[in-house]
Design a protein around this ligand. Structure first.
Ligand code: ZN
Ligand code: ZN
Length: 339
């Protein structure tokens, strides 16, 4: 029997899950962000202004959904120029449209005077003391998760972070594999932190976002959310469940498995890769001018490896590359989802 890993539903909504407005250090107002993204076919924007959680329900209508979120930072030093220090940047996405405070707010981390105007009375009651350590990051993530929020780990390359900074992080929902603002400044993120964490048993999802501060950061990385309808609850549920893929252009239409045969249906691409938790890889490249739109692989060998249980955290994931080098990534599908 054929099992559909993706999609379970059939409505896709294009989303940018990382943007900054005039609430923090962005150049455009929230309304201007809605306008420019709507004109480019986006249905969802998460407003992730630095250090304050400011909901924008006034922007939501039948064609557009404003997600409530914030981006917080934890620097390892505060006694030298910001450009030299390692930093953790995390996005916290709220399950509640009107949420205007969060439980790891740290007033001492507020670095933009005009953002103080957005601190609510409830927020004033909270002052969490952040420190640059994995223990603190895990506590921040746990506190966010306790509130039902989703937490993403942003642009580790730009943040100057290495393996030791992230390998013991627990409870992340997502990780940026592509951040337009960073990439257009020469900081290309990597798939390695995702695989390292998946191999440790963390179940987190790949993200491509814009991190837009100005027009030149817009319309690069995006997420296609597969949801029943464009409502806050339905979209949040789909995000929470990993019912999406991320991309800088290629489109992923379908992944299904029947026995040991997995089939991937896509927009025309030059390469389809299936990577796993181990050195077992499958790939197909286009031959000549004819691009690929449907590719199947026989995972029989991989399943035999899985029986040996060399690694208890087994998964596959799909990478698409179009003829211009643009990539799309599925989430990881774990061995228990494949049978
Ligand atoms: Zn950031
Ligand atoms: Zn940002």
């Amino acid at each position: 029997m054929r099992k559909y890993l993706f999609p379970a539903k059939s409505n896709f909504y294009k989303a940018n899950l990382h943007v900054h407005t005039t609430v923090s250090d962005g150049e455009m107002t929230p309304g201007e962000i809605k306008k420019v993204y709507s004109e480019k076919g986006y249905s969802i924007v998460a407003f992730t202004d630095h250090e304050v959680m400011v909901p924008h329900p006034e922007l939501t209508d039948e064609h557009f959904l404003a997600l409530t979120s914030t981006e917080i930072s934890v620097n390892n030093r505060y006694d030298c120029d910001f450009g030299f220090v390692k930093t953790y940047h995390l996005n916290i996405y709220s399950p509640r449209e009107g949420q205007n405070c969060f439980n790891t707010f740290d007033r001492t981390n507020m670095w933009l005077k005009h953002s103080f105007d957005y601190i609510t009375a409830e927020q004033e009651m909270i002052n969490y003391d952040r420190s640059y350590s994995v223990g603190c990051i895990n506590d921040i993530i746990k506190k966010a998760n306790d509130e039902g929020c989703l937490v993403s780990y942003n642009h580790p390359v730009w943040s100057l972070q290495d393996y030791m900074d992230y390998i013991d992080i627990k409870g992340l929902w997502g990780i940026e594999l592509y951040n337009t603002g960073c990439a257009r400044n020469g900081y290309f993120d990597s798939e390695k932190p995702l695989d390292d964490l998946l191999r440790k048993g963390e179940r987190l999802f790949p993200l491509a976002t814009d991190d837009a501060h100005r027009m030149k950061d817009c319309f690069g990385g995006f997420v296609m959310v597969n949801a029943d309808e464009l409502t806050y609850d339905k979209v949040f549920e789909s995000l929470k469940n990993g019912d999406f893929y991320c991309s800088t252009a290629p489109e992923l239409y379908e992944i299904s498995i029947e026995g040991s045969k997995i089939t991937i249906v896509t927009s025309p691409v030059a390469f389809v890769g299936l990577s796993t938790d181990c050195r077992q890889l499958y790939s197909k490249g286009a031959e000549g001018a004819e691009l690929l739109t449907e590719v199947s692989f026989d995972l029989d060998w991989y399943f035999k490896l899985a029986e040996q249980a060399v690694n208890e955290h087994r998964y596959i994931r799909i990478t698409l590359v179009d003829e211009f080098g643009n990539k799309a990534f599925s989430r990881a599908y774990h061995i228990d989802e494949l049978s």
